[in-house]
Ligand binder design. Structure first.
Ligand SMILES: Cc1cc2nc3c(=O)[nH]c(=O)nc-3n(C[C@H](O)[C@H](O)[C@H](O)COP(=O)(O)OP(=O)(O)OC[C@H]3O[C@@H](n4cnc5c(N)ncnc54)[C@H](O)[C@@H]3O)c2cc1C
Length: 427
C-alpha cells in the first residue's frame, strides 16, 4: 500500500473508462480503476443481435473532448484495419456489439484498468481515501470517482417473484431460449429495452406459439425524441442550465422529459410494425397483444406460472392474465451506495430527499480531505443526460480538470443553438 494514487475509479463502465482514457496522457497523474467483473462487458444480457447504439459513434470514450486521443473509435478501427469498410458503410450509428468490442479494446490498452477487483468499501485514513479492494488489499487515493452504474429495477408487485419466471430485461439473453419455447410470455415496459425484447421474441418465436403480450403503464408506445433541437437537451449547455435550477423545479422537470429517455427509437417501432404486418399477409391477426395504459397491480405465483392483476390507467377497471414468463423491461435505478460509502455516509451532504448533493463539476459536497466524484448517479442534479454516452467524455474531462486544478482539456463555452434560460443569462 506504499503508493498514494491521485485518482481512483470504482467500476469500469463507459463512464470511468472514458475517464481512464482521458487521464492516461496526463503526465504525473497516478490513477487506477477497479472493476469487479473479469473483463469489460457492456450490458451483456441485452446484447441482442442487430441492436444499435442510440448515439452516433462520435460519442465514444474521448472524441467529443479530444478526437486525437489514441483511444478514439476511429483509432480502434485503424488498429483493426477496418477504416475502409467503415467509410463505405456510411454508418453514423454502430452496432452495440461493436461499441462493446471497442470499449473492451480500449480497456486492454490502459494499464490503469484492473479487472476482477471489487471495491468493498471506502473510509478515510491519514487524510486520504482508503479503498478496500478484493483481491489485492487496500489502496490509498487523494480523489475517488464512483462510476458503479445503475441497478435493474422491478415494478413493486413483481419484485418479490424475481427468478426464472419473472426476470429483468438485463438478464434477457441467458433466458432467451426458454422464452422462445414458453407458451405465454409477457413483456412489461415500453422503453427501448422493452421494445428490443418484444421485437426479438416476435421475430424468433414461431407464429403459432401461444401468446406474446406487451404491457406498459405509459399511455402510448411512444417514439424517443430524436429531433436535432430536442437533442440539445443532451448538451453541456443544458446540463449547466438544469444544475442551476432549484431542487423542486428539477424534480418536476425530469418526469416531464420522459420521451427523452423512456421511449423507443422510431426505427425499432418501425421494425416491430413491419414484423406484425408481415404476419398478417396470410390472413388473420398475429397471436400477440400490445396494450398501453395498462399497469401491473399484483403478481401471484400459480405453480410454475404467474398471474398478473392488471388495471387500465385511463379506463380504470381490473383484469387478470396468467403467463409462463414475465420480462420486466422496467429500467434501472441509481445504486444504493450505502454499503460502499458506509463510514463516510454522515460526512456527505444530501438534498431534501436524501440524495447526494453534487456540484456542477460532479463532486459530492462533503466534509472530506479529498474529492469524491460521481458519474451517472446525478440525474437529480444534472438532468436526463446523466447516463447518456454523448456526455461521457465531457463529464470525464470536467472531473479531470477539477482533479488537476488546471485546464487539462479545454471545454467549449457554448454547445447548443438553443438558449436555455433567459437570454443574457438573466435566469
Ligand atoms: C442495454 C442498454 C443500452 C444502452 N444504450 C445506450 C445508448 O445507445 N446510448 C446512450 O447514450 N446510453 C445508453 N445506455 C445508457 C448508458 O449509457 C449505459 O447504462 C452505460 O453503461 C452507463 O455507464 P456507466 O459507466 O455509468 O455504468 P455501467 O456501464 O453500469 O458500469 C458500471 C460498472 O461498475 C462495476 N461496479 C459496480 N460496483 C462495483 C464495485 N463495488 N467494485 C468494482 N466494480 C463495480 C459494475 O460491474 C459495472 O461494470 C444503455 C443502457 C442499457 C442498459
Amino acid at each position: 500500500m506504499s503508493e498514494v494514487l491521485d485518482l481512483v475509479g470504482v467500476g469500469i463502465g463507459p463512464a470511468n473508462l472514458s475517464l481512464a482514457a482521458l487521464a492516461d496522457p496526463v503526465e504525473g497523474l497516478a490513477t487506477a480503476f477497479f472493476e469487479r467483473e473479469p473483463e469489460f462487458s457492456w450490458h451483456p444480457g441485452l446484447m441482442i443481435e442487430g441492436a444499435f447504439l442510440q448515439v452516433p459513434f462520435l460519442a465514444d470514450l474521448v472524441s467529443l473532448v479530444e478526437p486525437a486521443n489514441p483511444l478514439s473509435f476511429l483509432s480502434y478501427l485503424r488498429d483493426r484495419g477496418r477504416l475502409f469498410p467503415f467509410y463505405f458503410a456510411e454508418r453514423f450509428h454502430i452496432p452495440r456489439t461493436e461499441y462493446d468490442a471497442y470499449c473492451a479494446w480500449a480497456s486492454r490498452q490502459l494499464d490503469s484498468c484492473r479487472f476482477g477487483r471489487q471495491v468493498r468499501g471506502l473510509s478515510i485514513e491519514d487524510g486520504l481515501f482508503r479503498l478496500d479492494v478484493e483481491p489485492g488489499g487496500p489502496v490509498l487515493a487523494r480523489n475517488v470517482v464512483l462510476g458503479v452504474g445503475t441497478a435493474p429495477s422491478f415494478p413493486a408487485p413483481l419484485a418479490a417473484l424475481a427468478g426464472p419466471a419473472v426476470l429483468h430485461s438485463a438478464d434477457y439473453l441467458p433466458a432467451r431460449d426458454r422464452l422462445l419455447t414458453a407458451d405465454d410470455v409477457t413483456v412489461v415496459g415500453s422503453g427501448q429495452s422493452g421494445a428490443e425484447v418484444f421485437l426479438d421474441l416476435l421475430r424468433s418465436r414461431p407464429s403459432d406459439r401461444g401468446h406474446l403480450r406487451w404491457l406498459t403503464r405509459t399511455a402510448a408506445f411512444a417514439p424517443m425524441e430524436y429531433s436535432k433541437l430536442g437533442l440539445e437537451q443532451f448538451t453541456p449547455d443544458y446540463v449547466r442550465f438544469f444544475h442551476g435550477l432549484d431542487e423542486p423545479t428539477r424534480d418536476r422537470l425530469v418526469p416531464s422529459q420522459w420521451q427523452l429517455y423512456k421511449a423507443i427509437s422510431a426505427e425499432t417501432i418501425g421494425e416491430i410494425y413491419d414484423e406484425l404486418y408481415r404476419r398478417t399477409v396470410d390472413g388473420g391477426w398475429p397471436r400477440v397483444s400490445l396494450s398501453p395504459g395498462v399497469e401491473v397491480t399484483t403478481a401471484t405465483r400459480r405453480g410454475e406460472r404467474v398471474e398478473l392483476g392488471l388495471r387500465h390507467v385511463q379506463q380504470g377497471g381490473a383484469a387478470s392474465v396468467t403467463t409462463d414468463a414475465v420480462v420486466c423491461a422496467t429500467g434501472y435505478r441509481e445504486r444504493d451506495l450505502g454499503d460502499l460509502l458506509g463510514p463516510l455516509a454522515d460526512r456527505l451532504e444530501r438534498d431534501a430527499s436524501g440524495r447526494l448533493a453534487v456540484t456542477a463539476d460532479y463532486r459530492v459536497r462533503a466534509d472530506l480531505p479529498g474529492a469524491l466524484f460521481v458519474q451517472n448517479a446525478e440525474r437529480h442534479t444534472h438532468g436526463v443526460g446523466a447516463p447518456d454516452l454523448g456526455l461521457v467524455a465531457w463529464r470525464a474531462a470536467t472531473i479531470l480538470n477539477a482533479v488537476c486544478g488546471r485546464v487539462v482539456y479545454p471545454l467549449p463555452d457554448r454547445t447548443a443553438f438553443t438558449t436555455f434560460g433567459l437570454p443574457g443569462g438573466g435566469g
